[in-house]
Design a protein around this ligand. Sequence first.
Ligand code: ATP
Ligand code: MG
Length: 234
Amino acid sequence: MKPRIKTYIVGLDEQMSGGVPKGSVVLISGMPGTMKSSVAYNILFHNAKNDKIKGLYMSLEQGRDSIIEHMEGLGLKHNEVEDRVNLVDIGYLRLNMTDDLADQQSWMKIFKMYAENLHVSAEYEILVVDSLPVLELLAEVEGRRTELFHFFGWLRELDVTTFIIAEAASDVNVVHDEDFLADGIIRLKKERQGIDITRQIVIDKMRSTKHNTGYFTLMHDDDKGFEVTRVIGD
Ligand SMILES: Nc1ncnc2c1ncn2[C@@H]1O[C@H](COP(=O)(O)OP(=O)(O)OP(=O)(O)O)[C@@H](O)[C@H]1O
Ligand SMILES: [Mg+2]
């Protein structure tokens, strides 16, 4: 069986044959505030801590300090893994760029340069891109799907396991180009249960993997971290 990268969400890895196949490009999709960034960082954090696997978190939107603060609030203290997890914020590089084509292409070049250089110097095995919509500013050149196809191909050649955060605009089941191109999709959503809102997680797709396709309730506990239980009545 293919070697796997664990999500370290308690209860979820065994629902997908032990984790995500190494080398995959996986989308973590969901509406705002569904804990996409937290789930992605959680993967880097625990792989670094438990398995000594190095990671790179490329933030294109949220500032580095803000991410570190948020993760510490979840009990994931960045200083425990900072020798193995690189947290790079390149969002600020965009501030002086316009939306015209030349700028968009140079932005993509900068992104790739960072990812490639750090791959050589830091030898990361897991890459998080937070998030895809920002990269898409470049997409109009040959059309979105072609552009994304090349981008996903470039990621596969990097020979790392990639988690790309994809922002869903609404919960309606709209299928995007990236959904076809990705090897896996882990979707996060909020669901109303009586007067409460619960978080749910579902594995929509995971190539080369026998996986559960049902909904799980996603919980976070400061000591235990992320944990799932099967949605009752599902
Ligand atoms: N200590 C905590 N314990 C549990 N949940 C928390 C804690 N701190 C924040 N949250 C929740 O985490 C959510 C934000 O998580 P995160 O930033 O990972 O989400 P996101 O999906 O990446 O959001 P965005 O769409 O803004 O990028 C907050 O909306 C809040 O509900
Ligand atoms: Mg986020």
